[in-house]
Design a protein around this ligand. Sequence first.
Ligand code: HEM
Length: 398
Amino acid sequence: MPAELEPRPTINLVDPDLYRNGDPFSQWRWLRAHAPVYRHPATELPGFWALTRYDDVRAAYRDPETFSSAKGILLRPAGHGEDPGGGRTLALTDPPRHRQLRNLVDSWFAVRAMRSLEPKLEKIAQTVVDRALELGTCDFVTDIAGRLPLYVICDMMGIPEADWELLYGLTSQAFGAGDAGSQRIAHLQIMSYFDDLRMAKARRPGEDLVSVLATAEIDGERLPADDVILNCDNLLVGGTENTRIAASGGMLALLEHPGQWAMLAADHGLLPSAVDEVLRWTSTATHIVRTVTRPVDIRGTTLAANDLVTLWLPSANRDESVFADPDRFDVTRKPNRHLALGFGEHFCVGNVLARVELRLLYQELINRSVRIDLAEEPTLLRSIVVNGPERMPVRLRG
Ligand code: HEM
């Protein structure tokens, strides 16, 4: 049925159960067709504007002066106060401060840096797949998809290998589906870990990202300790959560579309376009918030200063006016100008790394002719922040 004729679903984009066992796509489809600038009522979260069309999301991304990141980029209950990273982290600053912070780390994630890192990444991918094959039956999310990005970002940050598992547990807990109390505790533990590491690296800097941040100067001043810690947290979480969920969601899509997996196996040249289709299809960052800094008109609706605007990336990436047959998973899709990694000023700093990680993981599974079957139905995350598999038991045969 054409989207214009679909009956109006009940709109509630902030119900976490919607992402575990509901159908957010029908809500987004209706909003794109009928209410692309939608005023979402307050719940325990404040009220906000919801942008669901590709062009509107992209336009907001292009204009960081009007759509600020400095007060937070995720919906938060009003009682939780301001985001502690506001005005301090890569993700939560506006120009010009944002550019200065970004300049500190950009070269570490550039294409050239990734090229020289690739042999190491390839080895890590091999180890991860070896271990999973030994297990035979395992959880694709934790045992395969989560391991590669975690090990890579820990290595880049100069975190001793003995602590990688500890940090994996803490990041999963901090952003998993558990209760708010245990999430907060895990977050505090991550912060405390980085406080110790920051001090150690400031004393004896090495060739790693934490040393860069711990010794960095902007306008002749050292980064304050809290800013170092919060940026480390931003890199660790950014480097692990989304890639893990995208790699798992992508694998699920490939299992559900065996013809597409067979095409990839027959032609490795399709891996780059397949990775972008996985990114579009999974769009793991569900919403991104901006705060309006001055009155702005979007499609005839005026948004006031201090209003919150949400950008729904999975919706933008299924916009029928931009993507041909958007609900078809197609590893050959070209062009594929998805917004899964954001756009503009805050375009994901790990965009090249994420693509390399996804490519190497699928490549390793294909090269080894690993046969993968679902052992149980996957469980999806109960979260409005990131969407995709939380648990995906699989059987592997080499
Ligand atoms: C599939 C994997 C990934 C997805 C879907 C993803 C998604 C995103 C999105 C949507 C943004 C923009 C946020 C905004 O608009 O405010 C972003 C920013 C960011 N991402 Fe990623 N990301 C991924 C992988 C990574 C990796 C591997 C890293 C490694 C460090 C990373 C680190 C960051 C950081 C630090 C930012 C903030 C950049 C800034 O504001 O300048 N991400 N990511």
